[in-house]
Design a protein around this ligand. Structure first.
Ligand SMILES: Nc1ncnc2c1ncn2[C@@H]1O[C@H](COP(=O)(O)OP(=O)(O)OP(=O)(O)O)[C@@H](O)[C@H]1O
Length: 247
């Protein structure tokens, strides 16, 4: 599905990604983990050519992105969605219009846009929020809008750059459940960059540990499942004071 061959990325004299070759199978939930500065985001951003490699090839769905014209790349990107740690929503647009932007950019037929927006919002459980603005939403809801926007053009791949790093444990579990659902029900291949071990452990079916721009190790993985953390006040008191009260 995603086949990265001998890619290298330099920033001046600094080599951020050094001759990395990696294959991500169709249907995977693939994790990329490693220390800060290891090159995780750079590697992910080269999978849709947001960052252009200095050398090497990037194939997604059998298409060599590195050989495409800018028009060809625009077309190919319709099948590669992306979400970010800080959501990147447009503050002065409603939830509905934030999702619709993706359809406008993809020149989706105007008459079908509203129905498609509604479908995507429904998928992430936010159909009632269409008229709200981003400032009126919780972090988890914002990320679900971003997911709906990424789904709008029917991608086959979803790239996720630290998708839960701004969220509390409870909301992280909700967003991970949405990603798992997308993978299972829509068959979308998911790549997740995260420094959170529990996130990678919970849903990833394979992963790469990156170190200083190199692959330290890649291996398949049995997902542990998403654990919904306890969030009752009694639990917080118990944890912090070591006192057990009725939950
Ligand atoms: N645009 C840029 N210009 C110069 N250096 C950059 C640029 N983008 C990334 N780097 C450098 O490349 C290296 C890899 O960065 P990257 O963001 O990919 O790491 P990361 O593993 O995602 O780290 P983090 O977990 O802290 O986000 C870092 O040393 C970073 O400073």
């Amino acid at each position: 599905m995603i086949d990265v061959q001998h890619i290298t990325k330099r920033y001046g004299a600094f080599i951020a990604i050094d001759d990395v070759t990696l294959t991500i199978p169709k249907g995977a939930i693939y994790g990329i983990i490693g220390a800060s500065g290891a090159g995780k985001s750079t590697l992910l951003r080269m999978m849709n050519l947001l960052e252009k490699p200095d050398s090497g090839r990037v194939n997604v769905g059998g298409q060599n992105l590195t050989a495409l014209s800018s028009k060809g790349l625009r077309e190919a990107r319709k099948s590669i969605g992306m979400i970010f740690q800080h959501f990147h929503l447009v503050a002065n647009k409603t939830v509905r219009d934030n999702v619709r932007v993706a359809l406008e950019l993809a020149r989706y037929p105007k008459r079908d846009q509203l129905a498609r927006v509604q479908e995507c919002l429904q998928f992430v459980g936010l159909q009632e929020m269409a008229d709200k603005y981003p400032a009126e939403l919780s972090g988890g809801q914002k990320q679900r809008v971003a997911i709906a926007r990424a789904l709008a053009t029917n991608p086959s791949v979803l790239l996720c750059d630290e998708p839960t790093s701004s969220l509390d444990p409870q909301t992280t579990a909700e967003v991970l459940a949405v990603l798992k659902d997308i993978n299972e029900r829509l068959g979308i291949t998911i790549v997740i960059v995260s420094h959170e071990m529990d996130v990678i452990k919970s849903i990833c079916t394979a992963l790469t540990v990156l170190e200083n721009g190199h692959i330290y190790e890649s291996f398949t993985h049995e997902p542990h499942g998403i654990k919904t953390p306890k969030s009752s006040s009694a639990y917080f008191v118990e944890q912090l004071k070591g006192v057990t009260r009725d939950a």
